[in-house]
Design a protein around this ligand. Structure first.
Ligand code: GLA
Length: 386
């Protein structure tokens, strides 16, 4: 070996030692990488309650931010097909806006998701009168539903996931509902890029219960454009047609040959302004679909794909229905995160739930909860790209 060869030999040797070291460090780093959850202050409610904001991050970098005010998902960052993260839900960057003007952005809805006609129902022969907050009807739990209360929060962490367990005790006759309802909602972000929401409740008097989440999605990113290009598939052959007040008539109607047919993936905007009575009543889509699956069993509810960014969201649920709302009441007056203006139909909601007005529709799956029973439902949102 001459000097030059010896020099090259030494350089190569040191390079390989260095690279082996780097590999080991990166492997160790990967092996140690765990999902995380952190807590920051999100301010005080108008009545002086402290509120926090929790940031959940999984090992792939997906981020979900949740506040214990209303159990609201304030941000949800998922990658597009090039790995670029975007926030795909509408919301505000401060508590005050949530308190003053939120149209249920990202919240937990309860005690009853969607409408109850005239705010009245009869249970075991007794008539109950609920708060009326949507014309003559009761909507999303009333004047101060579960979206406007402060929940107790507890972080949960394992190697596979991070979670936030929220607890709230809804007092007997709150908003007119009978029974003390003890509610726990657990959000879990898994390393498989799933956001799971598990709902549990029990009561000390017969009552009704129908909980859901009200995320406003746009898979292209929040506040960038309308939802028209998002392609939606809903696993349902039937929907529940409504009257002008958006109360179901009681009929289960076939979606076949109507703009309600999402059995094959279809752009949300493709038929939204069709000359169709149901779409006129809703000002677009604002209806409940009857899922092709047994209530109580986990099954596919819906799948959404955005061709521009490649984002896919698949929703599985134990619920019998899903309310697809196409953001028809958004009109450009709300300014959200990053100063984004939320214009007409800039997002869509897929609220897994029992059908609206079930307490007054004996043929719909029951929403009655009795002492000794446990209300238990789960919905899973799986994020991927294509
Ligand atoms: C639900 C309802 C809509 C509307 C939104 C919130 O999806 O069905 O009519 O009230 O919530 O704005």
């Amino acid at each position: 070996m001459n000097d030059r060869q010896r020099f090259i030999y030494v350089v190569l040797l040191w390079t390989s030692v260095f690279l082996a070291g780097c590999k080991e460090i990166s492997q160790t780093k990967e092996a140690n990488m765990e999902p995380s959850i952190t807590k920051t202050d999100f301010g005080k409610t108008k009545d002086g309650q402290n509120v926090d904001l929790y940031t959940l991050t999984n090992i792939n970098g997906l981020v979900v931010k949740i506040t214990n005010y209303g159990g609201i998902v304030t941000e949800l960052w998922t990658p597009d097909r090039n790995g670029k993260l975007d926030d795909i839900v509408l919301g505000f960057d401060n508590l005050k806006d949530y308190e003053e003007k939120s149209p249920y952005f990202g919240c937990i809805v309860g005690r009853y998701g969607n409408r109850i006609a005239k705010g009245k129902f009869t249970l075991d022969g007794k008539e109950y009168t609920l708060a009326v907050n949507n014309g003559e009807n009761h909507l999303h739990g009333g004047l101060k539903g579960f979206d406007k209360v402060v929940w107790d929060a507890e972080s949960i962490q394992s190697a596979e996931s991070v979670g936030l367990k929220l607890h709230y005790l809804s007092k007997d006759m709150e908003e007119g509902y009978p029974g003390n309802l003890d509610v726990t909602v657990t959000y879990t972000l898994t390393n498989k890029d799933e956001l799971q929401i598990a709902y549990e409740a029990s009561t000390d008097k017969p009552t009704i219960c129908n909980l859901t989440n009200h995320n406003y999605y746009n898979l292209a990113g929040q506040g960038v454009r309308d939802n028209y290009e998002n392609q939606l598939m809903i696993n349902a052959d039937y929907f529940t047609p409504v009257d002008e007040g958006l109360i179901p008539t009681g009929e289960l109607r076939s979606v076949k040959d109507t703009p309600m047919d999402f059995t094959r993936p279809t752009a949300i905007g493709a038929r939204i302004d069709s000359d169709d009575t149901q779409l006129k009543y809703g000002g677009g889509y604002d209806h409940n679909w009857v899922l092709n699956k047994k209530a109580g069993e986990m099954g596919l509810a819906a799948k959404v794909y955005d061709p521009e960014t490649g984002r896919v969201m698949e929703i599985h649920t134990t619920e019998p229905g899903v309310q697809f709302y196409s953001g028809n009441f958004l009109d450009g007056t709300l300014v959200g995160k990053e100063g984004k203006v939320y214009k007409h139909r800039y997002a869509f909601c897929l609220e897994t739930q029992h059908y609206p007005d079930s307490p007054n529709k004996p043929d719909f799956p029951s929403t009655v909860l009795r002492p000794g029973q446990i209300y238990k439902t789960t919905t899973v949102h799986k994020f991927s790209t294509k």
